[in-house]
Structure formats: structure tokens, C-alpha cells
Design a protein around this ligand. Structure first.
Ligand code: SAH
Ligand code: SF4
Length: 370
């Protein structure tokens, strides 16, 4: 028996699970509160530093539990201030996490899977295939590592991480339970205390997952739409053949109608030259979204080596935006950040030991058409 493998990693446990864990040890549930604060607010991973926990309990915890975050193998800051970490999850696999500072705001872009199964045609993560879902500890571990990089600091307006978006590698709704546990920790006052308006899950359209999500949480939701009709979306997001646009938008409306506060959906639209960037696409999109309270985020396509798609000109993107603005929408263009360190949207690849053989297919295509 290898003792290390048997230990329970406490890092990914939200409060209720941690309370159940202390119950199972025959300990008081309030220990969960203490441990949460030590782990997430102070970045402590050593039980011996937990001075308000008795020595006897610390010894017991050392026997059965551990606090283990991902190992940082790369940590680089772009000339625009964007910081990227590559975090090793096990031998052969790593994911990327990006912090985008913008004035008072610091947005952390977190990964949910090692690779992705969904293979959207314009996304480099999809091209690398898929290995496995991240555990809750590995997801919240990315926030933990990023926050530790700024320790010590006091809570306040200059907090380095004010927002979290599940927009790194992977499709968060395909790793539902672990993503929900991790997002609960992001919002937990005893951990990171980020408001539900500032924790956003981005999905390419896993319709049953959106409905399930509404039953367990009320985080903010971003929908990766990218096209105003099914014919075009089928080409960009293969999942659309299973859950077409009408079903996706209906699920999105249901999600927001259940929230107690008034919040708008974010519609993400990666603008790709010659594919979906014409003014008529913008007009069709404006018509499509008429009944959905939303804001639209236009992301100029970020090129990567395996892709033939091109980034549209700024003029074309602005023209697209203008059509939406004239139709009454708030539409913003996401500025490309951190592309000198490959940290921009769609450039995150990590290291994926592919189990799907998809990456091999793309390598073969590249060799035929270099
Ligand atoms: N799987 C989820 C979240 C991760 S992708 C999703 O698809 O929503 C985060 C965002 O980056 C998505 O909106 C995605 O469509 C966009 N994106 C992916 N590749 C891109 C690229 N090459 N250029 C610009 N945006 C891209
Ligand atoms: Fe997966 Fe999102 Fe990339 Fe599509 S865009 S392949 S869902 S990570």
C-alpha cells in the first residue's frame, strides 16, 4: 500500500464535503471552516502551520489527508501584463491558466479538462485531443496557485483576482460535478469569496448541462455561439448537430429566467475571416437574439499553427460590431491579450497525452498539406 496514494486531497472539497470528511473522522464540523481558510485564504498546504488546529488533529490529518495543488512548470508574464501558468497535473499532462489584469479587474481564465472532446474547428485545444477531466482539486488548484503568487495580500479593491472565467482548456459542462465543486469554492466566503456575477462558466452548448446547472448553482453563463444559423454553426461547433441553436437558446433563456437577480447572458462570437464576419451574419445574429437579454462579446479569431482560418481585419470586426450596436445590443470586441506568450483565447494547449487519436489525424493532415 502506498500511503501517499491513499490520502484524501482536501483542496477540492467545498464546505459541505469537508464537513462530511470531518464527520467521518469523528471530528467537529467547524474544522471545515478553519481548514478552508488556511488552504484558500492563506495558501497554506502544511498542516503543521495551522496553529488553531490541535496538535493531535494535525497529526491525524497528516496520516489521512493532504493539500496538494498542481505543480507549476511555466510561469511567464506577457509584455501587456497577462500572466500564464502551465500546471502539470500528472506525468504527461498539463493545462494552462491565464490571468488578465485590466485596471481594477483581474480575470483568471481556468481550465476544466485536459484537452477537449468537442473538436470545434477554430480551437487549438480541440485539435490536441483529450486525456481526462480535471479533478475539483486540479480546477480550484489553478486559482490557488494564482492567488498564492500574490501572497500576502489583504482583501480589497486591488485584489489580483476579481473574476474567474471557465474559458481555459476544456468544456466545463462535460466535467459537471468537479466544475460545480470548484466554482462553489470560488464563490465561498471562507475561500475566495468571488461574487456569482464574477464567476462565469462558458459552454459550447451542452444543453442538458445548462439545465442541470440551473438546479445546483447560479453562476454567470457565457454561450459560445459563433454563428447565426445552424448550417454555419454545424461547421464550427460539431456539437451543434446534437443540440441546435434553437434548443441552446431556449436552455439559456430557462437558465436566466430562474436566477433571482437580473443578469444577462454573454454571447461569445469568435469572428473568423470569410466564415462568419459579414454584415449579413451580424444582422441575422441580431434577429436571432431578439428575445434573449444578452451582451455580445466578439473575439477576433486567434490563429494557431494547425488552422487555416484567418483573423478578420479590425475594420470588418468593427463593422460587425456596428450592426449589432445599431440593432440595440451591447457588443464589445475582446482585445487580444498575451499573444506573445500564446495566452490568447483558443491558444491554450498545455500538454495533452491524447487518448482520442484526434491529434494524430491533424498531424497527418499537416504533413500532407504543410
Ligand atoms: N469549452 C468552452 C470554454 C473554453 S473556450 C467553450 O467553448 O465555451 C473559451 C472561448 O474561446 C470560447 O468562446 C471559444 O469559442 C473561444 N475560442 C476558442 N478558440 C479560439 C480561437 N482560436 N480564437 C478566438 N477564440 C477562440
Ligand atoms: Fe472544446 Fe471550447 Fe475548444 Fe470547442 S471551443 S473545442 S468546446 S474548448
Amino acid at each position: 500500500m502506498t500511503a501517499a496514494a491513499e490520502k484524501t486531497n482536501l483542496l477540492g472539497m467545498p464546505k459541505d464535503k469537508l464537513e462530511a470528511f470531518f464527520d467521518s473522522l469523528g471530528e467537529k464540523r467547524f474544522r471545515a471552516t478553519q481548514i478552508l481558510q488556511w488552504m484558500h485564504q492563506r495558501g497554506v498546504d502544511d498542516f503543521d502551520q495551522m496553529t488553531n488546529v490541535s496538535k493531535a488533529l494535525r497529526e491525524k490529518l497528516k496520516q489521512v489527508a493532504e493539500i496538494r495543488g498542481p505543480e507549476v512548470v511555466y510561469d511567464e508574464t506577457s509584455k501587456d501584463g497577462t500572466r500564464k501558468w502551465v500546471m502539470r497535473m500528472d506525468n504527461g499532462n498539463s493545462v494552462e491558466t491565464v490571468l488578465i489584469p485590466d485596471g481594477e479587474r483581474g480575470t483568471l481564465c481556468v481550465s476544466s479538462q485536459i484537452g477537449c472532446t468537442l473538436d470545434c474547428t477554430f480551437c487549438s485545444t480541440g485539435k490536441r485531443g483529450f486525456n481526462r477531466n480535471l479533478t475539483a482539486a486540479e480546477i480550484i488548484g489553478q486559482v490557488w496557485v494564482a492567488r498564492k503568487a500574490f501572497m500576502p495580500f489583504e482583501p480589497g479593491p486591488d485584489r489580483p483576482i476579481t473574476n474567474v472565467v471557465m474559458m481555459g482548456m476544456g468544456e466545463p459542462l462535460m466535467n459537471f460535478d468537479n466544475v460545480v465543486d470548484a466554482m462553489n469554492l470560488m464563490m465561498e466566503d471562507l475561500a475566495y469569496g468571488i461574487s456569482k456575477r464574477r464567476v462565469t462558466l462558458s459552454t459550447s452548448g451542452v444543453v442538458p448541462g445548462i439545465d442541470r446547472l440551473a438546479e445546483v448553482t447560479d453562476v454567470s453563463l457565457a454561450i459560445s455561439l459563433h454563428a447565426p444559423n445552424d448550417e454555419l454553426r454545424n461547421q464550427l461547433v460539431p456539437l451543434n448537430k446534437k443540440y441546435p441553436i434553437a434548443e441552446l437558446l431556449a436552455a439559456t433563456r430557462r437558465y436566466f429566467s430562474r436566477l433571482p437577480d437580473k443578469r444577462k447572458a454573454t454571447i461569445e462570437y469568435t469572428v473568423i475571416e470569410g466564415m462568419n464576419d459579414k454584415p449579413e451574419h451580424a444582422r441575422e445574429l441580431a434577429e436571432l437574439l431578439r428575445d434573449l437579454p444578452c451582451k455580445i462579446n466578439l473575439i477576433p479569431f486567434n490563429p494557431f499553427p494547425e488552422s487555416d482560418f484567418r483573423r478578420p481585419s479590425m475594420n470588418a470586426t468593427r463593422r460587425f460590431q456596428a450592426v449589432l450596436n445599431e440593432a440595440g445590443y451591447i457588443a464589445t470586441i475582446r482585445t487580444t491579450r498575451g499573444d506573445d506568450i500564446d495566452a490568447a483565447c483558443g491558444q491554450l494547449v498545455g500538454q495533452v497525452e491524447d487518448r482520442t487519436r484526434r491529434s494524430q489525424r491533424y498531424i497527418n493532415v499537416q504533413q500532407v498539406n504543410p
